[in-house]
Design a binder for this molecule. Structure first.
Ligand SMILES: Nc1ncnc2c1ncn2[C@@H]1O[C@H](COP(=O)(O)OP(=O)(O)OP(=O)(O)O)[C@@H](O)[C@H]1O
Length: 767
């Protein structure tokens, strides 16, 4: 740009020189290199000045012609210069325009820069203000720091002093440090030993887990062997009764054989006597015959003598002949007699022989029978002792199984959908099918979230009343063995607690646990009688309604009582007491001696009519109270003098329900609140037991106080958690399942068998 602007200035001066000094031009000689200068694009002012001065110098040196030619040449050159100037001007104009545009752009940019600089300026001014503020605060800080510094200096002095003292203490600390290091090393050693112990404990833990698995498998094998033992016991008992039958029939056979043997021996004696007589007779007849023979011989010799000496008279001879004939006849008859007697004798002898053979045979048979009887008796005693041993083993195994399973066990029962409940909705309850959780797991979906639970047993809706009872029959046996047993049903209202405990009256297949337990108890009572056991049973039934106890058995009850209770006024005050043996007594409660299932069924019917039920939105016949059925069993073995005292508590709790859902008002609301309060007290007790807390709030409700020995004592307890499959109840079901899971995790005391060997019979104490 500088290069193009400079020629413009030079050309202006050049033109003025050319116009003003036209007379000068001819004098001036054109420079030898002018053409090249004009044709060049670069033409500076200095060049033009030099040209003019050359022309002035050359003014006087050339003549006019030359000057003209020079002038023409010079003009040509000037023209060229002019063209060049024009071109330069055009380019200048272009350049000018370009510059103007770029100037505009630059101006715009300048404006922008100015704007941004103004903003920046403002920012800067604010920063400056801020900085000035900072400065003032820094100055303040500085002042403060100076003050602090002073203080610090003072403290430095003090610190120095302190340092001196700390140096002293450092020495002592270093000693302590060395001690601490020693301690640290010992602690490290301890730590390593603890780590070792930890590893060992982990190993131990894994071995325990293995042991646990082994125990589980043992448990399975034990339960299998228990089952096989049960079967063996049943076959043994069968054999036993069969042997008994055989024994009695053999005894009968033996006695008939004995009688026939005695008859035979009597007959033999008679025959022996007869033979003896016959022998005597035979001897007598033989002697007579011999005598007669001798007589005949003597007579024949006499006859011969007479014949020789015919001097005798013919009459005498005839007489003698007659005599001899008579004697011969007698002799013949006697011979006949002897023959018949001999025949008789041989017959009698053969009969005697026969009888003696048969009596020997009978004796042998008798001996055999005796041996058989002895054998049977030893087998019988063996079988009896085997049965007793088997029974003992069964009890032991059963108790071991229960101990392994835990003394408080939880069974979950899901009832089927009832008519009117929505079966088309997504199912909220499912059951895992893996081998590990089969029959023990239940899964509940609530608000799209799945909750899994495991219990000792889960009964699906298809489970029958019998399937449920089979699982608890061992517990009933425990009550007969002298244990305290408690079975209770917990769950939301309408979830099937009463159905589980009582069942449907009048339909044998739908009988609940209580009637089935009674059947088992009375059947066992009957079968144990043959083993020498005698039992006494007593029952009591009560309900807890609005935190008050009501006696449900007839003798203590009248309609007036009910009215008074229902009005909440002067009701009988039943007091719950626990004795040191863990037995519970309720004062004034009716306790009835019972001998048969029929008697208890009658009492149960009476009690279920007396029980307070009401209609709620959730259940047509909702139990509004906790029902407690208690059976005390005392047994004595006549052979060993052993005594047992068992208790069976079967409890149907009132259903938990949400006030909002139940739609209760008035008295029903009061009932619901009372039910929920006692159930929450039950939860509190279970939670305290689960956490192994020192204080367990049993006394917070009548229910928990009554159940104290079952929950925290030495009894065998089973809880049923009843669940409704209806998805609209999933919230309540989740609460129930959570509570049941806590109960399942609880550890209560070891169950104790109430057994003694006193010979004197003692009556049960009545509550
Ligand atoms: N397993 C089952 N099979 C068939 N029906 C059942 C079953 N369980 C419960 N039911 C029926 O469901 C209904 C409610 O049962 P139930 O009265 O036993 O409930 P609940 O839990 O005792 O209620 P609440 O606490 O209100 O007394 C009854 O009609 C009962 O017959």
């Amino acid at each position: 740009m500088v290069g193009t602007a400079t020629p413009r200035r030079g050309s202006q001066q050049g033109l003025s020189v050319a116009n003003g000094g036209q007379d000068l031009c001819p004098d001036s000689a054109p420079p030898s290199n002018a053409g090249s200068e004009c044709g060049g694009i670069e033409f500076s002012r200095e060049d033009v000045d030099a040209l003019l001065s050359e022309k002035i110098k050359a003014k006087n040196k050339f003549n006019y012609k030359e000057r003209c030619e020079n002038m023409v040449e010079y003009i040509k050159r000037l023209r060229l210069c002019l063209r060049w100037f024009q071109e330069v001007e055009a380019s200048y104009m272009n350049e000018h325009e370009r510059l103007t545009i770029s100037l505009e752009i630059a101006e715009r940019r300048l404006a922008e820069i100015e704007f941004s600089s103004r903003i920046k300026e403002e920012e800067l001014s604010s920063i400056v203000a801020e900085l000035s503020e900072n400065l003032s605060s820094i100055q303040e800080k500085l002042l403060r720091e100076q003050e602090d510094k002073k203080v610090a200096l003072d403290s430095l002095v003090k610190e120095r002093e302190g340092r001196l003292s700390s140096e002293k203490s450092e020495a002592s600390l270093s000693q302590e440090l060395s001690k601490a290091q020693l301690e640290l090393s010992s602690a490290n050693e301890r730590m390593s030993s603890i780590n070792d112990m930890y590893k060992r404990l982990q190993e131990y833990n894994s071995s325990l887990q293995q042991y646990n698995c082994k125990l589980q498998s043992d448990l399975n094998t034990t339960s299998e062997s228990l089952q096989s033992l049960e079967k063996e016991k049943a076959t043994l008992v069968e054999n036993f009764s069969h042997l008994r039958g055989q024994h009695s029939s053999l005894q009968e056979q033996f006695s008939t054989i004995k009688v026939s043997y005695e008859d035979a021996s009597k007959k033999k004696d008679l025959l022996d006597n007869e033979v003896q007589c016959l022998r005597g007779d035979l001897q007598h007849v033989r002697e007579e015959r011999d005598k007669n023979r001798e007589q005949v011989e003597a007579l024949t010799t006499e006859v011969v003598k007479y014949k020789e000496y015919t001097g005798r008279s013919i009459a005498e001879l005839d007489n003698l002949t007659l005599k001899s004939k008579d004697l011969e006849v007698r002799c013949l008859s006697q011979c006949e007699q002897i023959r018949t007697l001999q025949d008789k004798l041989t017959i009698a002898e053969t009969r005697v022989e026969e009888y003696s053979i048969s009596s020997v045979e009978t004796q042998a048979a008798c001996e055999e029978q005796r041996k058989l009887i002895n054998d049977l008796q030893t087998r019988l005693t063996n079988a009896e002792s085997k049965v007793i041993e088997g029974e003992k083993l069964r009890k032991k195994l059963h108790n071991t199984i229960l101990e392994l399973k835990g003394n408080i066990r939880v069974f979950c029962r899901v009832r089927p959908l009832l008519p009117g409940e929505n079966s088309s909705e997504d199912k909220s309850i499912s059951y895992p099918t893996s081998m590990e959780f089969l029959g023990r797991g239940v899964e509940l979906v609530q608000n799209g979230q799945k909750h899994s639970f495991t219990f000792d047993k889960v009964f699906m809706p298809e489970a029958s009343q019998d399937d449920v009872f089979v699982e608890i029959s061992q517990l009933v046996q425990s009550a007969l063995d002298g244990y305290k047993v408690c079975v209770f049903a917990y769950g939301q209202t309408g979830s099937g607690k009463t159905y589980t405990m009582m069942g449907k009256p009048g339909i044998p297949e739908e009988q609940g646990l209580i009637p089935r337990c009674l059947e088992q108890i009375f059947q066992t009572k009957q079968s144990h009688q043959s083993q020498g056991w005698r039992y006494e049973m007593q029952v009591s039934m009560l309900e807890i309604y609005n935190e008050m106890i009501r006696d449900l058995l007839p003798s203590n009850r009248s309609n007036g009582d009910v009215a008074r209770i229902e009005n909440g006024s002067a009701a009988k005050q039943y007091v719950i007491k626990h004795d040191p043996n863990g037995n519970t007594h309720v004062s004034d409660l009716t306790v009835v001696d019972v001998c048969s299932k029929r008697e208890v069924s009658y009492l149960l019917k009476h009690a279920s009519h007396s029980r307070l039920v009401g209609k709620t939105q959730m259940n047509e016949e909702s139990s509004r109270s906790h029902f407690v059925f208690t059976m005390r069993i005392s047994g004595i073995s006549e052979s060993t003098g052993q005594q047992i005292h068992g208790v069976l508590n079967l409890i149907d709790l009132a259903g938990s329900e949400r006030l909002s859902k139940s739609g209760s008002t008035g008295d029903r609301l009061k009932e619901t609140q009372s039910i929920n309060k006692s159930l929450s007290s039950l939860c509190d007790v279970i939670f305290a037991l689960a956490k192994k807390e020192e204080y367990v709030p049993y006394r917070n409700s009548k229910l928990t106080y009554l159940l104290q020995p079952c929950l925290g004592g030495d009894s065998k307890t089973l809880m049923f958690v009843n669940i409704s499959p209806d998805s609209s109840s999933s919230g309540e079901s989740l609460c129930s399942l959570r509570f049941a899971a806590r109960v399942n995790a609880c550890e209560i005391g070891v169950p104790r068998r109430n057994m003694s060997t006193r010979s004197s019979e003692s009556r049960l104490s009545s509550g």
